[in-house]
Write a protein that binds this ligand. Structure first.
Ligand code: HEC
Length: 135
């Protein structure tokens, strides 16, 4: 096939799809964070959520995760906390509060891997969003 306007068009479309991927991740991560985490950690992630006044263990400031880890965002630690592998009582362990959303339990579709992949994508989106909030 010759390089006509159609293939140029397709190349432009592919680029347009590829470029905003990171931004989309952030938007998804932000939405998930605001839905599932902000009630305790606060919309700003600084530990000032609506529940903060009544919690016996304060929700930590999640914008200081990198600062508290010698300047490196502890990506793996955050992923394991969100998917429930690291037991945190406030997150509902040993039965993770977020298993339905961020665990592999969501395998309702025909493709048994679909739910797992979607769940991992959600976990990563929240972790990547938190990375953008570090100060
Ligand atoms: C019910 C309140 C609550 C909700 C909802 C909640 N957390 Fe937490 N989270 C806490 C508390 C309290 C701690 C501190 C627990 C401790 O120190 O034992 C914590 C700890 C953490 C930590 C470890 C912080 C550190 O400095 O080590 C991370 C990361 C975290 N939460 C992320 C999240 C994310 C992401 C969500 C949403 C998917 C979420 N949390 C939802 C209350 C909550």
């Amino acid at each position: 096939m010759r390089n006509g306007p159609l293939s140029l068009c397709l190349a432009a479309a592919a680029l347009a799809v590829a470029l905003p991927a990171a931004a989309q991740d952030e938007t998804i991560g932000k939405q998930l964070f605001e839905t599932h985490c902000a009630v305790c950690h606060g919309v700003s992630a600084r530990g000032d959520g609506d529940m903060s006044g009544i919690m016996t263990i304060p929700a930590p400031d999640l914008t200081l995760l990198a600062h508290n880890n010698h300047g490196d965002f502890p990506m793996l630690k955050v992923v394991h906390i969100i998917d429930g592998r690291t037991g945190i009582r406030a997150h509902g362990n040993p039965m993770p509060l977020f298993a339905e959303t961020f665990g592999a339990a969501d395998v309702s579709g025909m493709d048994p891997y679909g739910g797992v992949i979607a769940a991992r994508g959600r976990v990563m989106s929240v972790a990547l969003y938190l990375e953008t909030l570090q100060r």
